[in-house]
Design a protein around this ligand. Structure first.
Ligand code: THU
Length: 154
């Protein structure tokens, strides 16, 4: 799907996305950091998928919330899933908002399946207000597999 097909969410759609991310954050298993993260994506097909972070006593084994939301979307829509908008939300164990910005790896994950570089990701950084930043701004020069050897793209 071309970048031009990007359809920015209405305020109501954005509120639904935030609500889904907040619900997901409450399900988080943040046994090490205490940072409960929820991510929600709206697919180009108009569906909302969410996920939470899951940590582990063996620290490096933890998973971020974004790949959980993406996996839920791929499970439902298959490999054609495309992300039209996303929200990342974090809070403490007792429900206090926690400033978060999507980590580098998750920027790449979102970018690969996004409708285009204009896709907005909303998050509270430095907080408390939410901001919407495009994936193109969050991750310029995103990695892509290229069928051609470096230097051959003229
Ligand atoms: N985390 C996410 O779930 N998404 C991000 O984009 C940044 C960080 C999680 C990972 C870890 O479980 C906790 O936040 C603290 O780093």
């Amino acid at each position: 799907m071309a970048t031009d097909d990007l359809s920015p969410g209405t305020t109501a759609a954005r509120e639904a996305l935030l609500a889904a991310a907040r619900r997901a954050a409450r399900q988080a298993y943040a046994s090490r950091s205490g940072v409960h993260v929820g991510a929600a994506i709206r697919s180009a097909a108009g569906q909302i998928y969410s996920g939470c972070n899951v940590e582990n006593a063996a620290f490096p084994l933890g998973n971020c919330a974004e790949p959980a939301a993406i996996a839920a979307g791929v499970l439902a829509e298959g490999r054609d899933l495309r992300i039209a908008e996303a929200v990342v939300w974090a809070e403490t164990a007792d429900g206090k908002p926690f400033a978060i910005s999507p980590c580098g790896g998750c920027r790449q994950r979102l970018s690969e399946l996004a409708v285009g570089p204009g896709v907005l990701v909303h998050f509270a950084w430095p907080g408390p207000a939410m901001r919407g930043v495009t994936l193109g701004e969050l991750l310029p020069f995103a990695f892509r597999m290229s069928a051609r050897p470096a230097g051959s793209e003229t």
